[in-house]
Structures are given as structure tokens and as C-alpha cells.
Design a protein around this ligand. Structure first.
Ligand SMILES: C[S@@+](CC[C@H](N)C(=O)[O-])C[C@H]1O[C@@H](n2cnc3c(N)ncnc32)[C@H](O)[C@@H]1O
Length: 305
């Protein structure tokens, strides 16, 4: 693995690149890490690679996605073998590999939501971005230029992830508020909810937004119960801000992490750095690095870049 953090597949909004910066705000060792909006669980994987927690809870409302993580961690070789079967079919498929993607998508939408089918759809779809239509069906299109991660590349990654997390991870697929209610003092919760900038579809099957008011209430309850957390919440690029700030009454510290040059701005000929906000709960503020770290900016400094 050459020291890099393993990952299963590209997932839109993944925190893989930011994980090293976010981990600076965590204690060296702690009991359990809870990730209620896990996606492909980049933070859980990064933390477990450093052996910083004893137990992990992975949750995402999207059940088949959690199924992929569970299979990768509990039965990695079986997942690679099943994925290999689905992935290899595309090269012999009569209508070609794009038609094969649609055939797997149909199977998935008709109920065959196996980890291998979900993983293949993720590996082949545009920008690793899961999209569901109004009828709740997976409707993302294939990326026509790629065949999706090869099973050969997948294997060492899932084997490493399994090594870090097997027998110490619980899996759930519930609304984040239920998961927060189960957290205990001593746990650290890392939250990466869907961006507020993304349309706020209320029906929870579509996984594309959460309402601000219940989220703030849930954070207030965590504060009252003395449970610590970090939240990746919103961001800014150039002079554009995404999402509302969280209320001062929660007592959180906000730092901005440098997420690199915005590819969208580069396309428009502008060099603009994207910043992502990280909110730190009261009990974790003692771990904020004493010396300013290169990538840590105050809001003021960020605006002056
Ligand atoms: C920005 S992504 C998380 C990406 C993740 N940090 C990673 O590194 O892959 C947000 C995730 O929240 C999930 N989600 C949306 N609404 C949810 C809810 N009400 N409860 C739990 N999970 C939810 C989505 O399915 C999505 O996978």
C-alpha cells in the first residue's frame, strides 16, 4: 500500500484527501469512533490505519452502501470474487460495457442489491456519485471512458481495510439521529452530512440533504450528554460560501482546512483554493494544535488568500 490510506472506490464527497488534516484534531487514542454519515468511511479507515480507536461504528442511510463496507471488512475475498464476476461480464457482454452497466443497474433496481452489484455501479458511474430518482431507483449513468476499478487493484485495498477493521466494527443503516442517540460519553463522533448546498430533498431515501434545525438540535443534545464530535459542514471557494454557519450557542470552534485548488475555478482560468470547514466540539478543543499548522486558517486569513 506504500503508506497511502486504502480505499474501496471513488465516492463523491469522500474525505480521503482531507483525513490527515482532520485527524490532527483527534486525541492520540480513544475508545470508539462513530461515523453516522459514513459514505465510503474514509475517516474511519484513516483512523483505524493508525490504530487510534478500539471500536468503530459505521452508519449510512444508504443500506447497500453499508453492505459494501461490511462485505469489504468481514468477507474481503468473497467481495473481490463476486465483484470480479460482475466486472468481468462487461467485456463479453453482447451490447458492450455501457449496456452491461445498464443491465446491472436494472438488476439492482429490481432488488438484487448485492455488495458486488452496488460496488460495480459505484466503480463505473459518473464521478462516483450515487443518484436516485423520484421513484427511489438508482439512476446515475456510466462513465463511458472507464471500466471501473479492476479487481486486481481492489483486492489489496479491501484486504488492508479488513485487516484494520475486522472484529471491531458495527454496521448500521439508520437516520443519523438514531445513531447519535446511541453514542456514549468517551465516543468520538465524526459527521460529514450531505452538503447544504445540495438541494434539500426531504424524502430520506434520496440521501441528498438534511434539515438544519433538527441537526442543530441533535448537536445540542450531544453537548448536553458530554459527547465529543467533529463536523465537516460547509466550505468556501474564492468569495463564494456554501452553507450556513452553525450557531454560536453550540460553543463550537470552526477551522478552515485547505482542500486544494478548485478544479472548477481552474477550468474558468481562476486559481482559487477551496476551504472546508471543520467544527470542533467543546471537549475536543483541547486538542487543537498549539502551533498554527500550515493548512489551518482562520476565516479572516482564508478570505485574504
Ligand atoms: C458527504 S457523504 C459522506 C462521505 C464520507 N465522509 C466519505 O468519506 O466517503 C454524506 C453521506 O450521508 C448519507 N446520508 C444522507 N442523509 C442521511 C441521514 N439522514 N442519516 C444517515 N446518513 C445519511 C449519504 O448517503 C452519504 O453517503
Amino acid at each position: 500500500m506504500n503508506g497511502t490510506t486504502p480505499h474501496i472506490v471513488q465516492y463523491q464527497g469522500s474525505k480521503r484527501m482531507l483525513a490527515p488534516q482532520i485527524m490532527r484534531y483527534l486525541p492520540r487514542r480513544f475508545g470508539r469512533m462513530v461515523e453516522p454519515f459514513a459514505g465510503m468511511a474514509a475517516m474511519t479507515i484513516a483512523v483505524s490505519k493508525e490504530g487510534r480507536a478500539n471500536h468503530y461504528t459505521i452508519n449510512d442511510l444508504n443500506e447497500p452502501l453499508v453492505g459494501v463496507l461490511r462485505a469489504a471488512i468481514e468477507t474481503p475475498l468473497r467481495l473481490v470474487a463476486d465483484y470480479n464476476e460482475v466486472w468481468s461480464e462487461q467485456f463479453a457482454y453482447e451490447g458492450g460495457s455501457v449496456e452491461h452497466f445498464y443491465a446491472v443497474r436494472d438488476r439492482f433496481n429490481q432488488g438484487e442489491q448485492t455488495p458486488a452489484n452496488m460496488l460495480y455501479l459505484l466503480a463505473r458511474c459518473v464521478k462516483g456519485s450515487v443518484r436516485y430518482g423520484n421513484n427511489g431507483q438508482f439512476n446515475q449513468s456510466p462513465d463511458k471512458r472507464r471500466n471501473g476499478t479492476s479487481p486486481k487493484t481492489l483486492r489489496p485495498n479491501v484486504e488492508a481495510i479488513s485487516y484494520y477493521l475486522k472484529d471491531r466494527t458495527d454496521f448500521m443503516s439508520r437516520d443519523y439521529r438514531e445513531v447519535l442517540d446511541m453514542a456514549r460519553p468517551g465516543d468520538i463522533v465524526y459527521m460529514d452530512p450531505p452538503y447544504q448546498g445540495v438541494s434539500n430533498v426531504r424524502d430520506s431515501r434520496y440521501f441528498s440533504g438534511i434539515d438544519n434545525a433538527p441537526f442543530v438540535e441533535a448537536l445540542d443534545r450531544l453537548n448536553q450528554r458530554g459527547i465529543d464530535y467533529l463536523i465537516s459542514y460547509d466550505g468556501q471557494c474564492g468569495d463564494k460560501h456554501y452553507g450556513e454557519d452553525l450557531p454560536d450557542g453550540l460553543g463550537l470552534r470552526k477551522v478552515l482546512l485547505n482542500a486544494g485548488l478548485s478544479s472548477q475555478s481552474l477550468l474558468l482560468g481562476r486559481k482559487e483554493v477551496t476551504f472546508e470547514a471543520l467544527y470542533i466540539s467543546p471537549g475536543l478543543q483541547q486538542y487543537i494544535p498549539q502551533q498554527p499548522v500550515e493548512q489551518q486558517y482562520t476565516l479572516f486569513e482564508a478570505l485574504a488568500v
